[in-house]
Design a protein around this ligand. Structure first.
Ligand code: ATR
Length: 280
């Protein structure tokens, strides 16, 4: 007689530290909403154990992983195949294990775009964009933003060489410039200012360029919290038209990962609402 064994499809998020991650809650809500039978775990893995942990998860039959700070760039060398987006971004946030191979995707940029364009109804085409910061987070969002054909995109960073390197790398895709916070070009006012620095994580507010924000400027912080982030407070104080934290990007990038894994896109609106967003 044959006995039927039910195995539940395993997913998780790997980071260091990872205990603060909302991904398990978000994916559980998606699974509930779409009737998918799956589990999603928090996996704290130190950088020196990353490769071993991924291979173990794969050997144990795991189906997919989200990869978060600080592993997103390191993991690009552990995959068998990188999507074009991940390759452009130089970072992976979604792994899919299939037929013994590992596929690396990056859903951060598309997640941001979905939040800006679909949820917040911003028009990116023809707009002037300023990005603060030139680290991994910035690298992941430049190509998707340029695909929307903005009039200009300037990357401002404390260390100008990093902004210049990104401007050079992405220059073939559209109009990208680099500057310091103190030399942000002001020929046109900015429609969208995105904070992609990690300064707020330590509660810092660097000397962001106040003149870049007018009453028509939409400010978006890739960071998020239950309380307003330092950048969103700053943007509000400068009189920005709106100041929004990255909760929507978080939920949208998760929905893209979920779709890659399960072939179904969850409705993000009720999940966003349930995360008890506090925005200014
Ligand atoms: P992430 O992957 O989150 O982008 P990262 O690659 O370490 O992290 O990049 C952090 C970004 O935040 C960088 O642009 C960094 O500026 P530098 O390139 O000059 O280091 C920026 N950043 C972090 N703390 C900052 C601070 N206190 N003031 C200004 N910029 C800061």
């Amino acid at each position: 007689m044959q006995t039927e064994t039910t195995t539940i499809d395993r997913y998780g998020v790997m980071g260091y530290p990872v205990s603060h991650s909302r991904s398990p809650v978000i994916h559980r809500l998606f699974a509930l909403q779409t009737g998918q039978h799956m589990q999603y775990e928090l996996l704290q893995v130190a950088p020196e154990n990353l490769e071993t942990a991924i291979r173990q998860f794969q050997r144990a039959g795991g189906k997919g992983l989200n990869i978060t700070v600080p592993h997103k760039s390191e993991v690009t060398r552990l995959v068998d195949r990188l999507s074009e987006r991940a390759s452009m971004a130089g970072a992976v946030n979604t792994l899919t294990f299939k037929d013994g191979t590992i596929l690396g995707e990056n859903t951060d940029g598309i997640g941001l775009l979905r939040d800006l364009v679909v949820n917040l109804e911003l028009n990116i085409e023809g707009s002037n964009i300023l990005i603060l910061g030139a680290g991994g987070a910035t690298r992941g969002i430049i190509a998707p933003l340029l695909e929307m054909r903005p009039a200009s995109l300037c990357i401002a960073n404390r260390t100008i060489a990093k902004a210049q390197a990104l401007a050079e790398h992405f220059g073939q895709l559209g109009p990208v410039a680099a500057c310091r916070f103190s030399t942000v070009p002001m020929s046109d006012s900015y429609d969208l200012v995105i904070n992609a620095t990690s300064a707020g994580l330590r509660g810092d507010t660097p000397p962001y360029p106040a003149a870049a924000v007018s009453e028509n400027t939409f400010c978006y912080d890739l960071s998020y919290g239950l309380n307003p982030t330092p950048f969103s407070v700053w943007a509000h104080e400068q009189g920005a038209a709106r100041s929004v934290m990255g909760w929507g990007m978080l939920v949208e990038q998760a929905a893209e990962s979920f779709q890659i894994w399960r072939g179904i896109r969850p409705d993000t609106a009720p999940v966003l609402k349930q995360l008890s967003i506090s925005a200014l």
